[in-house]
Design a binder for this molecule. Structure first.
Ligand code: PGA
Length: 261
């Protein structure tokens, strides 16, 4: 796991966007796994800027989003369909038919989940997966106790997640209780993964995910099993890491390391 600490959220977002841009420049038909929430908004802003100012091309990109609230229609302002459209898709040239987001309104979730998994496979698998982390350590909506081998399915949101996400809704009772989400097993099959975290409110989850044991109580800790993960953190999110000095030493020495490391 590579751990990159940046002073600010903006720097963190630009650094992560650079990795996405590098992927698209080396593989124009890359399959991206995309995340929603406050965390990746800066990355999307930077990708839009790179598209508009530097011609970053999305014309052959395919994307799969991690999750969606059950019961919210695509045009609901708090749906992840709406979020992705507003924050990224309407600003870049990704073909609408290449965009996949779990449906929050299908009448057959079991069949939909199986189809979603199949579509990822048929498209060649995910090249680069963006992830945020919940304050309870979740990735996507894989709440504590989710199987580390889980696949796309319905999850019941933890009270903590409902409380965290209530800020986007008028009142807590409006936050959906169920979500459709890629599983931890689905996420671990991505060829490379970027985990992003910013803010002091994420510091405990970050420590547990990076330095704690691998456990289904903190599903982000399963990323320790993946061979190609970069964690982009801002300083407040990194503040409680016991090995912070070491990660920063590695980061500083990286340019001089033998090629291929
Ligand atoms: P946030 O959510 O980016 O809105 O903090 C992250 C998550 O729950 O995965």
């Amino acid at each position: 796991m590579e751990i990159i600490v940046q002073e600010t959220y903006e720097e963190m977002s630009r650094a992560a966007a650079k990795v996405v841009a590098r992927m698209l420049n080396s593989k124009p038909n890359a399959v991206l796994g995309l995340a929603t929430g406050s965390t990746p908004q800066g990355v999307y802003r930077e990708l839009v800027r790179l598209h508009k100012n530097e011609g970053l091309d999305f014309s052959q990109v395919t994307s799969f989003n991690l999750d969606e609230y059950v019961g919210l229609t695509k045009d609901h302002p708090q749906s992840y369909h709406y979020f992705m459209h507003e924050n990224l898709f309407k600003h870049v040239n990704i073909p609408p038919q290449n965009v996949y987001i779990p449906s929050g309104t299908t009448d057959n979730y079991v069949a939909f989940c199986a189809w979603y998994e199949r579509r990822i496979e048929e498209c060649g698998g995910i090249d680069l997966q963006l992830l945020g982390i919940g304050s309870d350590g979740h990735i996507a909506f894989n709440e504590p106790s989710s199987s580390l081998g889980s696949r796309t399915r319905i999850k019941t949101l933890a009270r903590q997640t409902i409380a965290d996400n209530a800020r986007f809704f008028e009142k807590t009772e409006d936050v959906p209780i169920y979500a459709i989400t890629m599983g931890v097993g689905t996420i671990l099959e991505a060829r490379s993964i970027l985990l992003l975290a910013n803010g002091a409110h994420k510091a405990d989850a970050v420590v547990a995910a990076i330095e704690g044991p691998v456990t289904s109580m903190i599903t982000a800790s399963a990323l320790q099993l993946h061979p190609d993960v970069i964690c982009f953190l801002d300083r407040p999110a990194a503040d409680k890491l016991k090995m912070l000095d070491y990660y920063q030493w590695v980061q500083a020495k990286h340019p001089g390391a033998p090629q291929g490391t």
